[in-house]
Design a protein around this ligand. Structure first.
Ligand SMILES: [Zn+2]
Length: 415
């Protein structure tokens, strides 16, 4: 693959990224593109036009997941997929998701220009609503594709204004049964997502490409503690049922469990602690905690969850505080396919790029694609590890390297 043609392509894709970034609900350079908003629909139209211009066949499913296919010479074979998302949280930047979509398209165009003829079709996927902004659940499109979220569960989703998914998707032009979004295993032969790292490691180490071997997944537990309130002066210490001191024990026990898991990949956070009634001279009677526990190893993560549950039981008994823990979600982590990781590694070496194996600590649509296909992810650096902010930045060189390695990987997988 000669690099002069690739350089030309990077200039083009940078211009496309800039154009896409201007399709925003907020004043540029701020990118806000919530699913099914006016900006999202314009952005979809723009990307679809680029796909059609590249000779790809475009189709959309009932929730707006978009598939753009470059037909291979053997149409009987399952395609190789690549892609990401173009929705963006409020006050976001221009690279998260978009590098995987426009970079994936550019990888296809590079291969076309070089005269490559894929045996398997190569399909660019633009997932609907990777971000949880509108419906409170991340990866809506890929969850439906993987059958992790059922049509009935999806139909119950509403946004903050009370509009249901059905109403909003119909208004955006997407109709048909939501059940039809689910794909069977085998629909994709393999799937690779190009993405910015959203962490600082590649830039710090001066490495061009991250080869993702595992994708961590969060488990979220909501804990309600119900004690006994009272006057902070009148009620003496013996016999108190203080919900907040009980919550403090849980928070510290969770931290200790994550720290002592034996792996640096175990992380646990209590990000919400609501105290009722929240007055300085009143004993807390009720506390709500929301916890996020992540790991690349599901068994190890579940051991931390078990410690948390056991601590809830023990503290409830000892302190006389009622504690209930509700699992909000617990998606299993994904292990990337070793054959794809090896193909990416060889592609990076052939392209003259430095690379290293790493873990994705954020989750992506690929986490759900892993349920129905062998998957992997390619990371490129982003400045300072900054993401989900307007000053998110990936250099032209980093983007060019990502596209180059993705193109070579797709060529290998589709041969
Ligand atoms: Zn993303």
């Amino acid at each position: 693959m000669e690099s002069a043609g690739l350089k030309l392509g990077v200039d083009g894709v940078l211009a496309e990224l800039a154009t896409l970034a201007k399709i925003s609900e907020a004043e540029p350079p701020v990118v806000t593109r919530v699913v099914f908003s006016e900006a999202d629909l314009h952005a979809r139209a723009y990307v679809k036009r680029l796909c059609i211009d590249a000779g790809l066949t475009v189709h959309e499913d009932a929730v707006g997941n978009t598939f753009a296919r470059w037909a291979g010479s053997d149409p009987g074979l399952a395609p190789v997929g690549t892609g990401s998302h173009i929705d963006a949280i409020p006050n976001a930047g221009m690279y998260d998701g978009c590098v995987g979509v426009l970079g994936g398209l550019e990888a296809i165009r590079v291969l076309q220009k070089l005269g490559f003829k894929p045996r398997r079709s190569i399909e660019l996927v633009i997932f609907t609503a990777e971000e949880p902004t509108r419906f409170g659940i991340g990866c809506l499109g890929s969850r439906l594709m993987a059958g992790v979220l059922t049509a009935a569960q999806a139909l119950a989703l509403r946004d903050k204004e009370g509009h249901g998914l059905d109403e909003l998707r119909a208004r955006a032009g997407f109709t048909g049964s939501l059940a039809s979004v689910a794909l069977t295993t085998g629909r994709f032969h393999q799937f690779v997502e190009l993405h910015i790292e959203q962490g600082p490691l590649l830039e710090q180490d001066g490495i061009d490409i991250g080869l993702v071997t595992h994708i961590a997944a969060p488990a979220s537990v909501r804990i309600m503690l119900e004690g006994e309130g009272g006057h902070a002066g009148g009620k003496l210490m013996p016999g108190r049922k203080d919900a907040l001191t009980a919550a403090a024990e849980l928070i510290l026990a969770l931290e200790a469990a994550a720290k002592s898991s034996g792996a640096i990949d175990t992380v646990a956070t209590v990000g919400v602690c609501d105290v009722f009634p929240g007055a300085v001279n009143s004993i807390p009677s009720r506390v709500r905690l929301e916890t996020d526990i992540r790991d690349t190893d599901g068994t190890r993560r579940d051991r931390v969850l078990a410690v948390l549950q056991a601590t809830c039981n023990e503290v409830a008994l000892r302190r006389g505080v009622a504690i209930s823990a509700e699992m909000v979600n617990a998606d299993p982590p994904a292990t990337c396919d070793p054959a794809i990781v090896t193909a990416m590694e060889e592609a990076a070496k052939a392209a003259g790029k430095t690379c290293k194996r790493m873990v994705s600590r954020a989750y992506h649509d690929t986490l759900f694609m892993a349920r129905i296909a062998p998957v992997a992810m390619l990371f490129i650096p982003c400045r300072g590890g900054v993401s989900h902010r307007p000053d998110e930045y990936a250099s032209p060189e980093w983007i060019g390297s990502g596209i180059h390695v993705l193109a070579r990987t797709l060529a290998t997988l589709a041969s």
